[in-house]
Design a protein around this ligand. Structure first.
Ligand code: PLP
Length: 421
């Protein structure tokens, strides 16, 4: 590639407020080298890097305001509680949820989905009730439902996908019936990037009386969200995918559902009154937050959300869409490459296999060129079965990636060709 094309490749469409170089400067890790080569980090779907602002918040809380929350009358405890609860308000604004009491801090999406399965589904499902999950799901949105189905006698049915990775909407609508009690569906596939048609799926599920649980893990970093407009019953995401710390996530639930649900963990700060033989519980969200919560992580999640909100989710989505389209175009020109998941309007993820090479070999070879992608089944084994592959290589983009990095990915695949020729 000559200098002119490199420059062109670096260009993104003019978008107000979106300056990829400025964003990259906030992520010092992106400037490091691996194996003597500049890092090209294309694994943000596994976990996104953290901007300096998030790291600064973590340091600031520990150095200046740290204390346990909801249990002290001293200055620092109240100060830290205020910051913790302010973070909940920030999440509420981010999701356009009016009442932050409907947001439970968890340790991640996995815990949020398990909480719904154990606290809502386990106490409401009867033998023969049906749970619909799609073939796109991450194991976190499969295994909790299997556990609940085993405990209750409910039955799991798969919502099929089309060959390009879209939900088969007709088949989904045909599966819905009066036995359907739960539809558990991802908003964006972590393995293919497919955006699911929730605007059609959720009202159809409600029409048969089912509740809808949305796995928003791969949506929150990439698109503006409005949960009241979406009208899902539950929504879970992880902070670390949206440029926040590990160990913090959020579960949203409709207030009437949260009010009726029993907690599944008992402990400090979730009770009103405790005797030796019985207890009464606080209202949501506190009844689901037993024990000392991830305090600093929640506060720093608030900073991460402020960070992406300041840049603008629409601008981020447009930038990443450009990267996905560019990467798909480039990879489609390589004869050995098969792209998996070509649904229109995909978000931020490109999955592919290389003819004659295992995805792990592809990942290992390009890693030596400094290009970090995820290889494997992406915690989506049923999807791999559906696609007829054991694993794929997955390049996933964050707001800090560039077209020049896509070019580095494409160039690094020359090494795979050389070795497997
Ligand atoms: N759902 C999806 C779509 C994911 O991509 C992931 C993580 O990769 C999860 C759920 C689980 O998230 P966590 O491991 O942060 O709980």
């Amino acid at each position: 590639m000559n200098a002119t094309t490199e420059t062109l490749a670096n260009q993104t469409l003019a978008r107000p407020n979106f300056d990829v170089d400025k964003i990259r400067a906030d992520f010092p890790i992106l400037s490091r080298e691996v194996y003597g080569k500049p890092l090209v980090f294309l694994d943000s779907a596994a976990s996104a890097m953290k901007p300096r602002q998030v790291v600064d918040t973590i340091r600031d809380v520990y150095e200046n305001d740290y204390s346990n929350v909801h249990r002290g009358i001293h200055y620092l405890s109240q100060r830290c509680t205020d910051r913790f609860e302010a973070a909940r308000e920030t999440v509420a604004r981010f999701l356009k949820v009016k009442d932050s009491d409907n947001l439970i801090f968890t340790k991640g999406a996995t815990e949020g989905l398990n909480l719904v399965a154990q606290c809502y589904a386990r106490s409401t499902l009867k033998p023969g009730d049906e749970i619909l999950i799609s073939e796109l799901e991450h194991h976190s949105n499969i295994v909790p439902w299997q556990m609940v189905a085993q405990a209750t006698g409910a039955v799991i049915k798969a919502i099929p996908i089309l060959d390009d990775g879209q939900i088969d909407l007709e088949a989904y609508l045909a599966l819905l019936n009066e036995r359907t009690k739960i539809v558990a569906i991802t908003q964006v596939s972590n393995a293919l990037g497919t955006v699911t048609p929730l605007a059609q799926m959720i009202p159809a599920a409600h029409a048969v009386g089912a509740k809808v649980v949305v796995d928003g893990c791969q949506a929150t970093p990439h698109m503006a969200l409005d949960l009241p407009a979406m009208d899902c019953d539950f929504f879970a995401f992880s902070g670390h995918k949206v440029y926040g710390p590990n160990g913090i996530g959020v579960l949203y639930g409709k207030p009437e559902l949260l009010a009726a649900m029993p907690p599944y963990q008992g402990g400090g700060e979730m009770i009103d009154f405790v005797s030796i033989t019985e207890s009464t519980y606080k209202d949501a969200p506190h009844k689901f937050e037993a024990g000392t919560p991830p305090i600093v992580e929640a506060i720093a999640l608030g900073t991460a959300i402020d960070y992406v909100t300041e840049i603008g989710l629409e601008a981020i989505a447009a930038h990443e869409h450009d990267l996905v389209e560019y990467a798909m175009d480039q990879l489609a020109q390589i004869p050995e490459v098969t792209l998996h998941g070509t649904a229109p309007g995909k978000a931020s993820i490109v999955s592919f296999t290389w003819k004659g090479a295992h995805a792990h070999d592809v990942g290992t070879i390009i890693d030596r060129a400094g290009v970090a992608v995820r290889v494997g089944h992406h915690c989506a084994q049923p999807l791999m079965d559906r696609l007829g592959v054991a694993s794929t290589a997955r390049a996933s983009f964050g707001m800090y990636n560039t077209r020049a990095e896509v070019d580095r990915l494409v160039r690094s695949l020359d090494d795979v060709r050389t070795i497997f020729a």
